[in-house]
Write a protein that binds this ligand. Sequence first.
Ligand code: GKR
Ligand code: MG
Length: 426
Amino acid sequence: MTRIAEVRVTPILISDPPLLNLQGVHQPYTPRTIVEVVTENGAVGLGETYGDTDYLRLAEAFGPRLAGAGLTVNGLLPAVTECLAEVGAERVDNTVQAEGLRGSRTMAKIASSVSSAFEVAIYDALGHELGAPVHALLGGKVRDAVEYSAYLFYRWAEHPEPDEPNDGWGAALDPEGVVAQAKRMASDYGFSSFKLKGGVFEPAREIAATRALAEAFPGQPVRLDPNGAWSVATSLEVAAALEGVLEYLEDPTTGTANMAEVARKTSLPLATNMCVTAFDEVPEAFGSRAVQVVLSDHHYWGGLRATQDLAAVCRTFGVGISMHSNTHLGISLAAMTHVAATIPGLRYACDTHRPWQTEDVITQPHTFSGGKVAVSDTPGLGIELDREVLAKLHDRWLGSDVRRRDDAAAMRRVQPDFTAPMFPRW
Ligand code: GKR
Ligand code: MG
């Protein structure tokens, strides 16, 4: 079997619209790391992960260590973890606020997020070598298309500076704006599940927007995710107001104990991508019945096989599974689609930020039909790197000093006294 000849790690900056959340607003440009694993036969496997300095530095340090290795994913995470112990990380923090709305930022999570990019790239390369799609390497698809939800955001029309990217979607700051955004998402992409990112305005305003969505799309699933912004009491008030309206309430409050208390007192299922973000957080959360749906993210759970493992654990405990998303490009969407295609009992449409990205590093960006992405049966992930775009986005990275996602700093350009609120905000 062929071996790995070379690994390339390329930092890029991708444009991002001014989407609002609890911690501020998305920056005009956000970093991602693109990984290429090249085999001795010249097959290229692609991976994508976060681009913040700690992730990039680790990916750059680890990549060359794969030269000469086989196309195997066993042992990858321990090797990346060992490399991280050598290179270190600057921003490690066990509080749930630390990772910009993705739960805590631990050494283990930095390692698994970086390992996942190499794992995906190795699967892609292996698929090219064997002439098999990644889903087949993961055991085979159980569906031909994966359903995604419309990920709705309160947002400004534009970033503050005139020369910054403008995607033309316009502002959405009230129920009418949110419904108009949802209608465009439904007509352009065919989505029929809707998730509103909350935690931006006081709960009553977000309840009104959620109700407006439910009225505009009768019978279609609607979710609300304030990223843990509310106290237990506020969560229960919102839950009472939206019982019968929401499919699930996502991370109303912060911490497993608080989520468990809310879960005990509402009939709404609670979903999370904040209080259960790693395997060692599962026993407490499942034991206390704090969550009814885990939103997996193959980046920070450690890759595609880890996502399948998580799905098996969730199945065992009767907990639902779906997928979380952060700003990402087509390599990650391909990886999400392949792994989601292999998971039995995926009852909820997965999240994706992809419609918000106006650029991609793959030659044929995915299309959504009826809110779904077709599962590719061509070898590997079924995508090809657009080297011209990669070079352009890398040049942008070289010419900029943006080295991490910092929504609070982006918000301070407009509100100089803004600080990301401590939990709970309301
Ligand atoms: O992109 O603003 C955002 C989201 O808030 C993201 O950072 C979250 O991690 O999408 C995420 C979520 O579901 O919490
Ligand atoms: Mg969430």
